[in-house]
Ligand binder design. Structure first.
Ligand code: GLU
Length: 296
C-alpha cells in the first residue's frame, strides 16, 4: 500500500534476539496504526548497545516481519551507523549536558545517605563539576527544577500523562560510562531525522516519553503523537523479554497466522473472524484497529 497521508510511524526493535510475542504486539500495533491511516511505516534497528546485540538477530527480525506480511516502507536504518548524529545533538545541547564521574556504587551510596533506597533518581553529585581527581565517565542532561519540571502529554490510548522530571527522573544519562549512546538521545534524534510523527509502542516505554519530549524541546525538534499499548506478560507477571526467557514466535515453519498473528491481535483487543490468509488478516485487523481508535 502506498502512503497517501503524512502519517509516518515506525517499529524500532533492539536486536537482542528474535522477536517474541511481546515485540510482535508492539510491531503489530504500530503497523496497524500506520495502515489504518494509509501512512508510512519505517523500520529502525536500535543496535547501539553492543553488549546486548546478538549477531544475526537483526536479519532474523526482518525475516520474521516479512513472514508475517508486515512490509516496511523505505530503507531499514541501523542506529550503529548514525553515531555522528548523536554526537552532533550532544554538542547542540551545550551547557545542558555535563560530565559525570559517579560510579553506580557511588550513586547507590549517596542515595542511602539521602535516606532514599528505592529511588532511581540521580542525586546530582556532578551537576556543578567533577570532584578533583575524578574523571568523566558518562554525560548527563540537566533536568529543570521541580517547579518547572512537569512534562505533560496526551497518549492516544492511555489519556493524559504527566511526569515531573526533577522529582521522578533526575538528570539522566545521554552517553553512558561504557561509551555507548543512551536510548533516550538516539531515539529522539532518529525519530526527528526520519520525520516520524506518530509513535506507537509498548507501555513499558511510557515512562521514557517525558524525557524524550524534554529533549525534543531542547533540540528544537517537533514532538510526535504517542500511543502506548499494554505489554504482554508471562505467568509470573513479568514483561516478555529475552531476560525472562521469552521464545521466538517464528520458528521457521510454524503457522504464524494462527499461532502468532491472531493471538497478538486478540491481545490488542481486536475480535477478528477466522481469516484464511495473511492478506485477509491484515485487512480485517486494520479495519478493526481503525474502529477501535476512532480513525476516520
Ligand atoms: N528499541 C526499543 C525496544 O526494543 C524500542 C524503542 C521505541 O519504540 O521507542 O524496546
Amino acid at each position: 500500500m502506498s502512503a497517501t497521508t503524512d502519517y509516518i510511524g515506525r517499529f524500532a526493535p533492539s536486536p537482542t534476539g528474535p522477536l517474541h510475542m511481546g515485540s510482535l504486539v508492539a510491531a503489530m500495533a504500530s503497523y496497524l496504526d500506520a495502515k489504518a491511516h494509509q501512512g508510512t511505516w519505517l523500520l529502525r534497528i536500535e543496535d547501539l548497545d553492543f553488549d546486548r546485540n546478538v549477531a544475526g538477530a537483526d536479519q532474523q527480525i526482518l525475516q520474521s516481519l516479512q513472514r508475517c506480511g508486515m512490509q516496511w516502507d523505505g530503507e531499514v536504518v541501523w542506529q550503529s551507523q548514525r553515531q555522528d548524529l548523536y554526537e552532533a545533538a550532544l554538542r547542540q545541547l551545550g551547557d545542558y549536558v555535563y560530565p559525570c564521574a559517579c560510579s553506580r556504587k557511588e550513586i547507590a551510596d549517596s542515595r542511602l545517605r539521602l535516606g532514599d533506597t528505592a529511588s532511581q533518581i540521580y542525586p546530582g553529585t556532578c551537576r556543578h563539576g567533577i570532584a578533583p581527581g575524578k574523571t568523566a565517565r558518562a554525560w548527563r542532561l540537566r533536568v529543570p527544577e521541580p517547579e518547572l519540571g512537569i512534562i505533560c502529554f496526551e497518549d492516544r490510548l492511555c489519556g493524559s500523562q504527566s511526569q515531573n522530571l526533577a522529582t521522578e527522573v533526575g538528570d539522566f544519562v545521554l552517553k553512558r560510562a561504557d561509551g555507548f549512546w543512551a536510548y533516550q538521545l538516539a531515539v529522539v534524534v532518529d525519530d526527528a531525522a526520519q520525520g516520524i510523527n506518530q509513535i506507537v509502542r509498548g507501555a513499558d516505554l511510557i515512562d521514557s516519553t517525558a524525557r524524550q519530549i524534554y529533549l525534543q524541546g531542547l533540540l528544537g525538534l517537533p514532538t510526535p503523537s504517542y500511543l502506548h499499548v499494554a505489554v504482554v506478560t508471562n505467568a509470573n507477571g513479568e514483561k516478555l523479554s529475552k531476560q525472562t526467557g521469552a521464545l521466538a514466535f517464528d520458528r521457521g515453519d510454524n503457522d504464524l497466522l494462527h499461532e502468532a498473528l491472531l493471538p497478538a491481535a486478540r491481545f490488542l483487543g481486536l475480535q477478528l473472524s477466522p481469516a484464511s490468509n495473511l492478506h485477509e488478516f491484515w485487512q480485517q485487523a486494520a479495519m478493526l484497529w481503525a474502529k477501535k481508535l476512532h480513525i476516520a
